[in-house]
Unconditional design. Sequence first.
Length: 247
Amino acid sequence: MAKKYIILDTETTGTGELDRVIQLGFMVLGEKKIEVQNEFFTTDVPINYAAMEVHGITPDMLEGKSPCKESASYKRLQELNTDENYIIIHNAKFDIDMLAKEGFKTQMKVIDTLRVAKHIFPDEEAHRLQYFRYKMGLYLDEQKEADELGITIKAHDAIGDVLVLKLFLSKLKEAVLAQFPTENPVEKMVDLTLTPILIKSFNFGKYKGKTLAEVAASDAAYLRWMLGGMDNLDDDMRYSINTALGV
């Protein structure tokens, strides 16, 4: 059976622990015809206004819809959930964690294009999908692609973002191949997704704007305090601090 590549995005009631998926959009690549899934869901959790401001999904749009787990698109995603397939998401942890609340546990190989982009384009001022949409001129090609697939383009809409991500993935794959010409670019993206990201400078706190190397030289005790005293320190920052300290 041919490998399939599932490019996916969700929209949710918010970003908190209790929030839930209200839109699931994905494309399935790997066969002659691209499959498109796009569906809205009802939920008992109200959409918070900050989320509504971003994606524009209002409660009336969800009236009469099925819950996520009972939907055709969710059931199709479960059918695709095998270890020979790949799931491709920008900021994958968020969407995978949200889908886990609906009972979905991915068996697919994960490509997080946000993490891959941070490895491949470390000096970009941002790594958001919409940033690359404009920086790489993806918006120039998206209408033609949307027309062919019957998709309406709208920023921060699940299937609209999937379309942009499909275009970005092609550019990212080219960049990965250029940097790692002897490796399979798809498998390299899986590998980079799992590889710690080396953070060069602080974007928060009293040393905002300073490089970790500078702080290691001037106030190594502060970095050691971060390692021992900050429970919410993510793995990438922990790795980067240890690197700066020469651990």
